[in-house]
Design a protein around this ligand. Structure first.
Ligand SMILES: [Zn+2]
Length: 349
């Protein structure tokens, strides 16, 4: 998610501060500011079509489907793109090689894509093992890659497909049996429902809500924290899971106090990002505090530090601080506070 407000060049962030980098006005982080830009869905998930029994098999046999392939948490990629194979060809090739996919799931149909004809379905083949390229219908030049390894190179549609595929595959891998009676459940609705054959109960894919927050002090500075070794350079927004029976705002207040010991007095929702590694939905907030002395819990957060805008940009450029990559909502939230794009340290410097 890119923040779309351009930085206002040449304006000091505070009149008392020496200008060390070109930074935007402090107004950028005011709570009444715009939320993060909404990214429209790129895939029509076909939530009514997929209810038809046998629709996935029929779609594959129609010859109008492309296959994405996932094994473990890795997808087949080639030349910075997901490999999308003819689904019928892949199904036959796997069959001839005696390979039975763990799951075959309908992901949907891309909307307005330049390369994929309208109405083409995308089917996810989840394999138990990463088959060697050049065997069983897997192209010779393809390779297996995790989301973090390739996400920066993928286009928006392929990123969306990788995220959706990971989310649904992760759910199937950990929700194989009925939580009521322990019977193995069967898959329905193109892979989006599991049903218990014993008691008929239906089970739906699960998403775990987590809040992720920029904590802003009364002076406009941003509080970032990090885990691991106390001298590590990575700093991030603070985050934690929402507990059952808790509102999002209550989760923000509780988590921030637990992790860094500051009391949040107001918070505002800014936007979200699916992060199914394995099953999170990150709900982005900005929050205010009057407290000035962070007390890291020493477990999840081992260090916490206030930054003004110039300090943060300088520290990133100097390599003294590493913040989250531009793939993450953490970066979008930090840049929302900053009021523009934060320049990364040039590669190799
Ligand atoms: Zn059951």
């Amino acid at each position: 998610m890119q923040h779309q407000t351009p930085p206002q060049q040449g304006r000091p962030w505070e009149t008392q501060e020496p200008v060390r980098a070109s930074v935007p006005s402090t107004r950028a982080n005011h709570l009444t500011d715009n939320v993060l830009p909404v990214r429209p869905a790129l895939v029509d998930r076909g939530s009514s079509e997929r209810l038809k029994p046998g629709m996935v098999q029929a779609l594959i046999e129609s010859g109008n489907a492309l296959a994405m392939v996932l094994a473990g948490r890795k997808a087949l990629v080639q030349a910075n793109e997901l490999v999308l194979l003819d689904a019928d060809f892949l199904a036959q090739s796997l069959g001839e090689a005696g390979v039975r996919p763990e799951h075959v799931i309908y992901l949907g149909s891309p909307l307005d894509d330049d390369h994929i004809a309208p109405g083409t379905g995308i089917v996810l083949f989840v394999l138990a093992d990463a088959l060697a390229p050049g065997t069983s219908g897997i192209p010779k030049a393809a390779e297996w890659a995790g989301f973090r390894d390739v996400a920066a190179q993928l286009d928006a549609l392929h990123t969306a497909l990788f995220v959706e595929a990971s989310a649904i595959a992760n759910w199937h891998s950990t929700h194989t049996h009925c939580p009521r009676c322990g019977a193995r459940t069967t898959v329905e609705a193109g892979g989006w429902v599991r049903r218990c054959p014993e008691d008929g109960s239906e089970h739906y894919p699960r998403t775990d809500p987590a809040i992720i927050v920029t904590v802003v002090g009364a002076d406009g500075r941003l509080l970032l924290g990090g885990g691991g070794p106390v001298d590590a350079k990575n700093y991030s927004t603070l985050a934690g899971f929402v507990e059952p029976g808790e509102s999002l705002e209550q989760a923000v207040v509780r988590e921030i106090f637990e992790e860094v010991g500051v009391r949040v007095t107001a918070c505002q929702y800014l936007g979200s990002q699916a992060w199914p590694f394995p099953a999170s939905l990150m709900l982005g907030f900005t929050a205010l505090t009057s407290d000035v002395e962070p007390r890291p819990d020493g477990v999840e957060v081992t260090r916490a530090r206030w930054f003004n805008r110039a300090e943060l940009q300088d520290a990133v450029l100097q390599g003294d601080v590493v913040i989250s990559s531009s793939l993450s909502i953490s970066r979008s939230l930090i840049e929302h506070w900053y009021g523009g794009v934060i320049q990364d340290r040039p590669a190799g410097s």
